[in-house]
Design a protein around this ligand. Structure first.
Ligand SMILES: Cc1ncc(C[n+]2csc(CCOP(=O)(O)OP(=O)(O)O)c2C)c(N)n1
Ligand SMILES: [Mg+2]
Length: 694
């Protein structure tokens, strides 16, 4: 169909023209980049068209409108489908303050530069990189995991902010997913959780094309997916032809009419639809069709064979009249209602506005405790739980939960009115994720992109079970809070299966993730202060099971040094130590005991508490040199974990006390002795370091 024929188009022809525009943009972009995944966009173009054009409540000119429906492309390899939709619907770009810039998020030029350096159209959709991308996808299963958190957020916001006559929050969360998403464990965990929570605003569309990367899906995936989801408590609908717009619309209407559970729409599709030699084969999955096949496919579509990146007249206008107009009207109506709401409920409106900009309420840090010196002290999980409960009373949108370990990790919000988030009572702030660490982390990332301030808790060892989502939080630059307790062999009898050794090194290697392992109760307070002020970085707060002494801050330096990542806690009387002892968390107290012992022997030492390498690395060279003077080469690090990475601080003549094997099941005092975490060993290492540095 060419421009001159435009006036003759029926609405059905306009549908087909628009759908084939999506398809050919994907085909051409992948071909030009000589890289990418054309097959799924070709198959799902009609599904995306139906959903966006008829149902999705999105105002392209206001992509951060808080009450918009969310769309997540969990099969992120099909990114060209999303970029084509963002381009064709003319979604606007946003600046770092989340304001619409008036420019387009994705232009035709961006599509021509698919997968190229610094383009708006990277291989997989990236949150904060391309406006309109609601979350980063590509690692299969993560996107659908996020949508459970987004759907939770929508209900929580509605339950807490809507008032009679003011439906400020009422939106749906849609995802497209493929075989890969539904094979992944995180997808299954997330579906199970969503089924339990009966989230009726959640709709996943499953691209049932029976093909994966290597070949036919039935090489490895033969279960009845629909039956499985019915078992989870989902509403399951089948659409037997991805090209049947009426059947698709019926399915989405069925979703909208279902108010007591989430919906899975199983859509049978043909990967690489229309490609004479590649349709229904894995060859359409992840490589360009090839010039000749592109021509043949276009011929099949009735498309000018040699036209590239063609957007026929009428297509952009078609989207303007559909999603564009609907979204604009809805958004305008909402703005008017929100203006009224702001007059009637100024405090609530203020909260909504602050959340949208990731700002904190005034006085968010009031009532934070100061813990008195105490040799017996308390576990940092306990001080952590106390601080969390104080903060949550000042920050109404700080919420979260644990993977069935709140009892142990102390993440439960216990104050009156905190409540539990359960089916039918969506106002509660305590989430119960069950033993589903990966979906928990994925879901709280979904809460974070919904502008709620979320945390989750589990044992530190089980960060391994959620690492992909932790990594994505960092990549997405979202302020998710991961609380980890039972952080070392110090947890004792549970033994090596539960004792983290390698996790500190692993998380320290994640760019942008701020890891804090505080040494006593007052460092916990300071760590939480740092965390609450993060806007674009996730945090990992690493806490002990065992009690730690609360340092006497009149004798040692103040815990406010935590804000700099590392600070001198105790020093030689003249500020000229012969040796520096450095550590994090529970091992700082050990350094302090060794320091006192060295002092009594006439050896001048300094103790540096280093709760956060990440933050310390951001300090000025002057500050770093002040804390770790280059001239002092006798240095000892003490940390009950892999020593990986410590050599950068102790240098060639330093000594590192750490874990070089897995731990063991035993009472803590025996473990500390067996693995060398005693004052004598630290003193011995200090002497050796002094000798080596001379
Ligand atoms: C966690 C994860 N593992 C592996 C991959 C690599 N990968 C990308 S797509 C894909 C096949 C997915 O098959 P399906 O979801 O059916 O997509 P389709 O080929 O139907 O588009 C694989 C293995 C990935 N992106 N994420
Ligand atoms: Mg597939």
């Amino acid at each position: 169909m060419v421009a001159s024929e435009q006036t003759l188009l029926t609405s059905k022809q306009l549908d087909t023209l628009s759908i084939n525009t999506i398809r050919t943009l994907a085909i051409d972009a992948v071909q030009q980049a000589n890289s990418g995944h054309p097959g799924a966009p070709m198959a799902l173009a009609p599904v995306a068209y139906c959903l966006w054009q008829q149902f999705l409540r999105l105002d392209p000119a206001n992509p951060t409108w808080p009450n918009r429906d969310r769309f997540v492309l969990s099969n992120g390899h099909a990114s060209m489908l999303l970029y084509a939709m963002l381009y064709l619907t003319e979604v606007h770009g946003v600046n770092p303050e989340y304001e619409s810039t008036g420019e387009f998020a994705v232009t035709l030029d961006d599509i021509k530069r698919f997968r190229q350096i610094d383009s708006r159209t990277p291989g997989h959709p990236e949150y904060r990189h391309t406006a309109g991308v609601e979350t980063t996808t590509g690692p299969l299963g993560q996107g659908i995991g996020n949508t459970v958190g987004m759907a939770i957020a929508a209900h929580w916001l509605a339950a807490n902010f809507n008032r009679p006559g003011f439906e400020i929050f009422k939106y749906n969360v849609y995802a497209f997913c493929g075989d890969g998403d539904l094979m992944e464990g995180v997808g299954a965990e997330a579906a199970s959780l969503a089924g339990h929570l009966k989230l009726p605003n959640l709709c996943w569309t499953y691209d049932n094309n029976r093909i994966t990367l290597d070949g036919p899906a039935d090489w490895s995936f033969t279960e009845d997916v629909g039956e499985r989801f019915r078992g989870y408590g989902w509403n399951v609908i089948h659409v037997i032809d991805a090209n049947d717009l009426d059947a698709l619309a019926k399915a989405y209407n069925n979703f909208l009419a279902t108010t007591d559970r989430p919906t899975l729409i199983v859509v049978n599709s043909h990967i690489g639809y229309g490609s004479p030699h590649k349709q229904d084969t894995n060859e359409a999955h992840g490589e360009p069709l090839g010039e000749e096949e592109v021509r043949l496919t276009k011929e099949n579509y009735g498309w000018p064979e040699d036209a590239k990146f063609l957007v026929p007249d009428g297509v952009l206008e078609n989207f303007r009249q559909g999603i564009g107009k609907r979204g604009h009207d809805l958004q305008k109506k909402w703005q008017a209602s929100f203006a009224e709401y702001t007059k009637k409920f100024p405090e609530l409106a203020d909260q909504i506005n602050r959340m949208q900009h990731r700002e904190l309420p005034d006085g968010w840090d009031k009532n934070l405790p100061t813990f008195p010196a105490d040799a017996k002290g308390m576990a940092t999980r306990d001080s952590g739980g106390k601080v969390l409960n104080v903060l949550a009373q000042s920050v109404p949108w700080l919420m979260g939960g644990s993977a069935d370990l709140a009892t142990s990790d102390r993440t439960r919000l216990k104050f009156e009115g905190a409540g539990d988030f359960q089916p039918g009572s969506y106002a509660g702030r305590n989430l119960h994720f069950g033993v589903r660490e990966h979906a928990m982390a994925g879901a709280i990332n979904g809460l974070a992109v919904s502008k709620i301030r979320p945390y989750c808790g589990t044992f530190f060892n089980f960060t391994d079970y959620m690492k992909p989502a932790v990594r994505l939080a960092a990549l997405m630059e979202i302020p998710t809070i991961f609380i980890y307790t039972h952080d070392s062999i110090g947890l004792g009898e549970d033994g090596p299966t539960h004792q983290p050794i390698d996790q500190l090194a692993m998380l320290r290697a994640v760019p942008g993730l701020v890891l804090l392992r505080p040494a006593d109760a007052n460092e916990v307070v300071e760590a939480w202060k740092v965390i609450m002020q993060l806007k674009h970085e996730p945090a990992a707060l690493v806490l002990t099971r065992q009690a730690l002494p609360t340092f006497d801050r009149s004798k040692y330096r103040p815990a406010s040094g935590v804000a700099k990542g590392a600070y001198t806690l105790a020093d030689a009387p003249d500020g000229k130590p012969e040796v520096i002892l450095m550590g994090t968390g529970s091992e700082v107290a050990l350094c302090v005991t060794a320091y006192e012992q060295l002092q009594s022997e006439g050896i001048k030492a300094r103790v540096v508490s280093m709760p956060s390498w990440d933050i310390f690395e951001k300090q000025s060279d002057d500050y770093k040199k002040q804390v770790l003077p280059p001239a002092i080469k006798a240095r000892v690090s003490v940390e009950a974990a892999s020593t990986f990475g410590w050599s950068q601080y102790v240098g060639p003549t330093g000594k590192m006390i750490g874990m070089h094997r897995f731990g063991a099941s035993a009472p803590i005092k025996d473990l500390l002795k067996k693995f060398g975490f005693t004052p004598d060993k630290v003193v011995e290492a200090a002497r050796a370091a002094i000798a080596a540095s001379k």
